[in-house]
Design a protein around this ligand. Structure first.
Ligand code: AMP
Length: 403
């Protein structure tokens, strides 16, 4: 029997998320998460989706990623889905930064690992964690194809005019400074799913994708290819996010250093971890912010307005970049669930052919759906993202090609 299962691993600095999929029908057999790896209070939560059984949780110290993956393997074995099974075709790894080098999913070998390592200076938080997951999985199943799927890959089609910052190119090239963009797996999946929702081929549609989760980014996708995106050298640029500032005048950083007396590390932490919605009002969860607004909280209302103002600017900017737009697609935690954000983001844009139908916009669900009125020139859509399925699909396609 041909192997049809793919294990998707998303390895963070202290966490390991996983899903096991059967690629015959893209069904999920199991999913789970190991949190707080390296601490005394680690937790493994495993959901055996194939059997429909209850989620199992185990608390207790898990020393490192190696121990975490072994614990996951044990849970999978209990469901008859062990990693030693001949049905397992490959392991797909989410890798955040692939630089300019990795434009496609890539079968992992020593040279690929070395290149991901070389990119650590531009992704100091993410690539080391991703590499730990890769090394651990390779040690456990050295015989199995392992594939790296890069967050940056979808954006490598951006033209130089969008990818370059306006600084001396010699300095930029020496330090590999350019706009790489992130969340690419989600932007790729959602732009294709939006075309499918419209009943058209991806090559025939222009889509603005708004990935609004705790991290948030927008992209302009022309005929299935990314032509601009809001994140840059790092995931700090662009939209207002849960805890990240997004765009600001770079001189703010000089000012904080020279006048505010802050160190570079302090400024880094301020802009990445203590800004955005959280910095503005003390909450980064849109549900909580909406609840506070309903109670008349002014700081929460201003945070919401700043968030939406930036979003609207990017919709306008990418409209101009694309020239014609067929759809604006909202995705991720906020984009899929927060109807008020969708409504506010397109309010007043009727001149651009954009509007939401309040009744359609209020409907909740996990299927892709159109929330604009039938008469609107541009479809406004809610398209749930599925990064794990996209990683599994790309991994399986590549392994299928190579065997
Ligand atoms: P993600 O990073 O895609 O998992 O998105 C996480 C974020 O989605 C949370 O921080 C919330 O701000 C937001 N979110 C999740 N569920 C809801 C909801 N029902 N309404 C509004 N926002 C939500």
């Amino acid at each position: 029997m041909t192997a049809t299962r793919v294990l998707v691993l998303n390895s963070g600095s202290s966490s390991l998320k996983y899903q096991l999929l059967d690629m015959r029908d893209s069904s999920r057999l199991a999913a789970g998460l190991v949190e707080r790896i390296g601490e005394q209070t680690s937790r493994l939560k495993h959901t055996p989706l194939a059997s429909g059984g209850d989620a199992r949780e185990a608390d207790g110290p898990i020393a490192d990623h190696d121990a975490a993956l072994k614990a996951v393997a044990q849970e999978l074995s209990r469901d008859g889905l062990g990693l030693d099974s001949p049905d397992l075709a490959a392991i797909g790894h989410r890798v955040v930064h692939g630089g300019m080098f990795f434009t496609e999913p890539t079968v992992i070998d020593d040279a690929v690992i070395a290149e991901i390592e070389r990119l650590i200076p531009v992704a100091p938080l993410h690539n080391p964690a991703n590499l730990t997951g890769i090394r651990t999985a390779r040690a456990l199943r050295p015989d199995l194809p392992q594939v790296a799927v890069f967050d940056t890959a979808f954006h490598t089609t951006m033209p130089e005019s969008a990818a370059r910052y306006a600084i001396d190119p010699r300095i930029a090239d020496r330090h590999r400074i350019r706009r790489y963009g992130f969340h690419g797996t989600s932007h790729a999946y959602v732009s294709r799913a939006t075309a499918a929702l419209l009943g058209r081929a991806p090559e025939d549609v222009n889509v603005i994708v708004l990935h609004l989760g705790n991290g948030a980014s927008a992209s302009a996708v022309r005929g299935g290819r990314c032509v601009d995106t809001s994140m840059g050298l790092t995931p700090l640029e662009g939209l207002v996010m849960g805890t990240r500032s997004g765009d600001l005048d770079p001189a703010v950083i000089f000012h904080l250093a020279r006048v505010g007396g802050m160190s570079m590390d302090e400024i880094d932490t301020l802009l990445n971890k203590r800004s955005g919605l959280f910095g503005l009002c003390g909450d980064n969860d849109m549900r909580e912010i909406r609840r506070r607004i309903d109670e008349g909280d002014e700081a929460a209302a201003l945070a919401f307005d700043i968030y939406v103002h930036r979003l609207k600017k990017y919709i306008g900017a990418y409209y101009a970049v694309l020239g014609t737009v067929d759809a604006v697609a909202f995705t991720a935690g906020v984009g899929e669930n927060a109807a008020p954000v969708r409504e506010a983001a397109v309010a007043g844009l009727e001149g651009l052919g954009l509007a939401v139908d309040p009744e359609r916009n209020a409907v909740r669900g996990d299927r892709p759906r159109i929330v604009s009125p039938d008469s609107a020139r541009v479809a406004v859509a809610v398209v749930p993202t599925d990064e794990e399925l996209e990683i599994a699909t790309q991994t399986y396609a590549l392994v299928g090609k190579n065997t």
